[in-house]
Design a protein around this ligand. Structure first.
Ligand SMILES: [Zn+2]
Length: 366
């Protein structure tokens, strides 16, 4: 698997994507902020019925791997799709996060918690989750300038580990995990903030989704993520309900598929989230059927991953952070979502290659 598909900057990745899609039937370039754009390439099938849509960079920095996956698809799968299957690649859905190596967008919003329809949707809708987040807020959002690494580690692990142990004993670990990572709408300065209204990236996605799926039979949407799960292994998640035919077809390809709409607590890796892109796609697609799913490729364990998300947010909100500390925090954050290991990168493409091979076969796209 080609590690040359990977880039070290947003502009390098964008250029590779544009160079690789000069033969597309249609391309869109949607500016989001500064000179940063969402770029889309559409390859229309002669007799279009199915849409294979692949999204990179919903979580900004996670797009480095997603971008490499898209180049891999252009190289290895595009010409093998049958004459009923169109290919739509959306590159860098959160181009700000991609460029600055953040998960959030320029409003510090976690894009994958903000795909909602109505103003009233920007809430967890669950008082117990809100109360759990209130209790966790001081740990998740330290109100002080970040100090040396070892002091911060002691502070973080000293507060989080007793909580994890207690919740695992009492069987509430899943609830705690959901409260932390499932998205929140009341603290703009805390991690996993889902915003309070439609972000521009959501509007762009809506326009592309509705346009390309109009009159189509089947949308297959793949959203590419990194960070969750065991290092070098894929977590397979779907927005389709567990009892739906679409979900059963996916589980047929990969038995470990988990639905994010229910039973999120059955897996240690998956949390229940609201406002995700895959759920939104199911609600808004114009196609008759849709399968909306994603892969998350594991990097480092959950708790250290959380500590790096907290640290990145803390440094952002304390501009007086000494430069060496700020740089170290950013480097560790980048490494947590975009590992530099050539082995991890090659293996990630291999995981996608295996999955796409089965997907194309199962759904008769090739
Ligand atoms: Zn993600």
């Amino acid at each position: 698997m080609k590690t040359s598909h990977y880039s070290e900057s947003y502009h390098e990745a964008r250029q590779k994507f544009l160079d690789a899609t000069t033969d597309a039937d249609r391309r869109f370039h949607d500016p989001i902020v500064d000179d940063l754009t969402i770029d889309t390439a559409v390859y229309e099938a002669p007799n279009p019925k199915n849409i294979l849509m692949v999204v990179s960079g919903t979580h900004g920095v996670e797009g480095y791997s997603g971008s490499a996956v898209q180049l891999h698809i252009l190289e290895r799968f595009k010409d093998r799709l049958n004459n009923e299957t169109s290919l739509v690649l959306i590159h860098a859905l959160n181009p700000y996060g991609f460029h600055h190596k953040k998960r959030v967008n320029h409003h510090r919003v976690d894009l994958n918690r903000t795909f909602h329809d109505l103003p009233a949707d920007y809430t967890t809708g669950d008082e117990s989750i809100d109360a759990a987040f209130d209790a966790l807020y001081p740990i998740l959002t330290p109100r002080r300038t970040r100090g040396a690494g070892w002091i911060e580690s002691l502070r973080f692990y000293g507060s989080i580990l007793p909580l994890v142990i207690r919740s695992k004993r009492s069987g509430t670990y899943g609830a705690v995990k959901n409260a932390i990572a499932g998205g929140q709408y009341r603290y703009p300065d805390a991690p996993f903030y889902g915003g309070n209204g439609a972000e521009k990236e959501v509007e762009v996605f809506h326009r592309i989704l509705t346009e390309v799926t109009e009159g189509q039979d089947h949308l297959l949407l793949l959203d590419c993520h990194t960070g969750l799960g065991k290092r070098g292994e894929a977590v397979y998640f779907a927005a389709n309900a567990p009892d739906s035919d679409a979900f059963k077809d996916l589980a047929n390809i990969e038995p470990s598929f988990t639905s994010i709409v229910t039973d999120g607590t059955q897996s240690d890796e998956i949390y229940e989230a609201k406002g995700t892109l895959v759920q939104y796609a199911l609600r808004h697609t114009r196609s008759r059927y849709a399968s909306a799913f994603g892969l998350d490729i594991g990097t480092i364990p959950n708790i250290p991953l959380l500590s790096r998300i907290i640290a990145e947010n803390q440094v952002h909100h304390h501009p007086d952070t000494p430069e060496p500390i700020a740089r170290k925090v950013q480097n560790e954050f980048t490494e947590a979502f975009y590992p530099s290991s050539p082995h991890w990168r090659a293996n990630t493409l291999k995981l996608y290659d295996d999955f796409l091979e089965k997907l194309v076969g199962k759904f008769g796209l090739g």
